[in-house]
Design a protein around this ligand. Structure first.
Ligand SMILES: C[S@@+](CC[C@H](N)C(=O)[O-])C[C@H]1O[C@@H](n2cnc3c(N)ncnc32)[C@H](O)[C@@H]1O
Length: 253
């Protein structure tokens, strides 16, 4: 999978993209926004469509910024800057949004960025235990009905230049069957960077349980359980063993 295909995959993940769009519908109107790690520019686009006054997009990857410029550079109230968010000194903004979350949420060092930028949205990541009976592979097309209308508008923008990548992404899908989850075991607050594991998380790890994570943004959320149309079935990241999960939670400060 090349870089652009992977980035497109994030946008096609309807549960993730829709959650951001709905969160921005309530937060973005008339606000100045810093989009940290803009990637394709999806979040900036959604913020503008939901009425943001201005969005400044930063990314440390020049290829990402040029992709974002090609997709949303025509919007009048969006600006772009190449920089690393861990050391960046931003101009004041009302809201700082991001989706710099790796296979394990902290793998892309969002907690280090939060030490610099301090008030990132989203900040709460819930950990829970889950089980499923099986994962099946099934054909998948892009189902327009699954998407929030502004997310779909953005996908249409991508289609002009990247239709073949989008088609390749959608040939097959992995879907969990018989999924069941526990109560929240532990919540990571990335702005506070408090990671001491709760007793219930330690217990689940010791039992070798499968642990999932959910990004919580007000009343919106998305998780990394492999479901129809989300990105995680492709990444295979849900297969992290619970030991590995704990190592990643505690490591990399
Ligand atoms: C998972 S992608 C998300 C892209 C886009 N916001 C979206 O929601 O589709 C994360 C992006 O953050 C950028 N990034 C990661 N660490 C960064 C840092 N320290 N400073 C600036 N950008 C960073 C990456 O280059 C990548 O483009």
């Amino acid at each position: 999978m090349n870089d652009v295909e992977e980035r497109i995959g994030y946008c096609l993940d309807w549960s993730r993209s829709n959650a951001y769009s709905r969160m921005l519908a309530s937060l973005a109107p008339n606000q100045t926004i810093l989009d940290v790690g803009t990637g394709t520019g999806l979040l900036a686009y959604l913020a503008v469509r939901h009425g943001a006054k201005h969005v400044h997009c930063i990314d440390k990857d020049a290829k990402a910024l040029s992709l974002a410029r090609s997709l949303i550079g025509d919007l009048p109230n969006v600006t772009f800057e190449l920089c690393n968010a861990t050391t960046y000194a931003p101009a004041p903004s009302d809201i700082q949004i991001h989706e710099i979350l790796g296979n394990f949420p902290l793998d892309e060092h969002i907690h280090r960025i939060a030490r610099n930028l301090r008030h990132l949205i989203p900040n709460a990541i819930e950990l829970f235990e889950y089980e499923y009976e099986s994962i099946i592979e099934s054909p998948q097309g892009i189902d327009r009905d699954l998407y929030d209308p502004y997310v779909w508008e953005f996908i249409e923008r991508m289609m002009y230049d990247h239709l073949s990548s989008i088609r390749r992404r959608c040939l097959k899908d992995h879907v969990s069957i018989g999924y069941r989850e526990s109560n929240v075991l532990h919540t990571i607050d990335i702005n506070a960077d408090t990671r001491t594991p709760s007793a219930s998380l330690i217990d689940a790890v010791n039992r070798g349980a499968m642990i999932g994570w959910r990004v919580r943004m007000g009343d919106q959320s998305y998780d990394n359980v492999p479901r129809l149309g989300n990105n995680w079935r492709v990444m295979g990241s849900y297969r992290l063993s619970s030991r590995e999960f704990m190592n990643r939670l505690m490591g990399g400060r």
